[in-house]
Design a protein around this ligand. Structure first.
Ligand SMILES: Cc1cc2nc3c(=O)[nH]c(=O)nc-3n(C[C@H](O)[C@H](O)[C@H](O)COP(=O)(O)OP(=O)(O)OC[C@H]3O[C@@H](n4cnc5c(N)ncnc54)[C@H](O)[C@@H]3O)c2cc1C
Length: 406
């Protein structure tokens, strides 16, 4: 006989234990009764555990940059016993071939007020990253305010803080059944039946599916698959302290990572939500683009993985109350910037859940809640296109990717 799940009453149930859900739970737990519910047995198993761990102020355009800037203070001196800085400096070298010089100009112009950019000749760029081929870098911009984030410590610290402040954290919850009962939501997991007036959808690539489960229309959020490989790094002295090298059109980037070299073709293949797996063609594409840009033999791939970066049609995050379903809160569409914006995103979301104004320091950085309002998106505006090869959802037999740094 199956045991009856216990019933528990909360102020807020947060669905999704990636960085978005964990950071919001950490933010709210001191003020409200919070349950953080993760479908998988391991929190952070999906996109959060598969990132490249970068903090890049210029990244993501005008909707994302204020959130990134407003998160820097948290990373540099984190509260809640994170035990030290979460951000260590590493510049980004934005490189352009001769035929991309106009693009480099445009990038410098667009980011003149938001990022610290220094122009370098191709020769100077190659002094910083000697494996770059001369024809791959005619000119470059060095972005100095960028850095590496300690994602494991960030995410683990958010979950710990949530627990310590009184949140209930339920992992391995299975796919919850969601039912609207009067003015409250009932979320039935494997372990318990949870009741709360507020339901937060922080389910990453599954955000549209979760909305449908709760009886709402989807927002057309598109999960796009990105591939990464880890190979042997060049042996030259100083390589591991060197910059991230990023093509100005984001057709690839490579970077020192956990004692090896991380390469990505910066692919964006439409995918259904699933346990994303790398595709051989994307790996071949990564190697080809890397070899076009750099003179360094790749003899062995030590690790390969893929993750789903989920975007709204305008590529801005989706943060705010549903306009159609009271008590349903969107915290999704965090694309390729969900780690570097997590502290500010969580504070903006927490302020709205608590019925407060946007915190003053976020507003001072240019964060405007209206930019992220879910009502800006017409329903299902974003066709998902042809699915990439993926494992079936929830087939996790190979376990998590086990990345260095996570
Ligand atoms: C290769 C790669 C490189 C990246 N590099 C960077 C970078 O350098 N810097 C950066 O800032 N960002 C980067 N990103 C993006 C970043 O990782 C994401 O923006 C971020 O992790 C999204 O977090 P999330 O919590 O929204 O999603 P997720 O981490 O995917 O969390 C969502 C969670 O919801 C759970 N879930 C789904 N459905 C349900 C349900 N019904 N009930 C309960 N739980 C559910 C899932 O199991 C999952 O754990 C990168 C991403 C990839 C793939």
């Amino acid at each position: 006989m199956t045991a009856c799940p216990s019933r528990q009453v909360f102020d807020v149930v947060v669905l999704g234990g990636g960085i978005a859900g964990a950071a919001l739970a950490a933010q709210l737990a001191g003020d409200l009764r919070v349950a953080l519910v993760e479908r998988e047995s391991q929190l952070g198993y999906h996109t959060t555990g598969r990132s490249a761990a970068m903090y890049i102020p210029s990244y993501g355009g005008p909707a994302v940059q204020p959130l990134t800037a407003a998160s820097r203070g948290f990373f540099e001196s984190p509260p809640w016993g994170f035990a030290g800085r979460l951000l260590s400096p590493r510049p980004v070298l934005h490189v352009a071939r001769a035929d991309q010089l106009q693009r480099l100009e445009d990038f410098a112009h667009q980011n003149r007020d938001t990022a610290a950019l220094r122009r370098l000749s191709g020769e100077s760029a190659r002094l910083r990253t000697p494996i770059l081929r001369p024809e791959a870098v005619r000119s470059a911009l060095l972005e100095t305010g960028a850095g590496d984030l300690d994602v494991a410590r960030l995410h683990g610290g958010m979950v710990r803080r949530a627990r310590e402040a009184g949140a209930t954290v339920l992992a391995d919850a299975g796919k919850p059944a969601i039912v609207r009962e009067g003015s409250r939501w009932r979320v039935r997991t494997r372990q318990a039946s949870l009741i709360a007036p507020t339901l937060v959808n922080a389910t990453g690539a599954w955000a549209d599916e979760t909305a449908l489960d709760a009886g709402l229309a989807p927002k057309g959020l598109a999960p796009l698959l990105r591939t990464a490989i880890l190979v042997d790094a060049p042996r030259e002295l100083g390589f591991h302290d060197g910059p991230v090298v990023k093509d100005i059109d984001e057709r690839f980037y490579f970077r020192p990572f956990g004692g090896r070299l991380l390469i990505t073709p910066a692919d964006e293949t439409p995918s259904p939500p699933c346990d994303a797996a790398p595709d051989e063609l994307d790996i071949a594409c990564a190697m080809m683009r890397f070899h076009d840009a750099a003179d360094h033999p790749v003899t062995r791939i030590h690790h390969r993985w893929a993750g789903l970066r989920t975007f709204a049609s305008d590529r801005a995050p989706v943060i705010g109350w549903s306009e159609t379903s009271p008590g349903f809160f969107w915290l999704a569409g965090l694309g390729g910037f969900g780690i570097q914006t997590a502290p500010a995103v969580a504070r903006l979301a927490a302020a709205q859940v608590l019925g407060h104004r946007t915190p003053r320091d976020l507003a001072d950085h240019g964060v405007e809640a209206a930019t992220y309002d879910p009502s800006r998106l017409s329903e299902a505006a974003h066709p998902i296109g042809s699915p990439a090869p993926c494992q079936e959802p929830w087939v996790t037999a190979d376990g998590p990717p086990g990345l260095p740094g996570y």
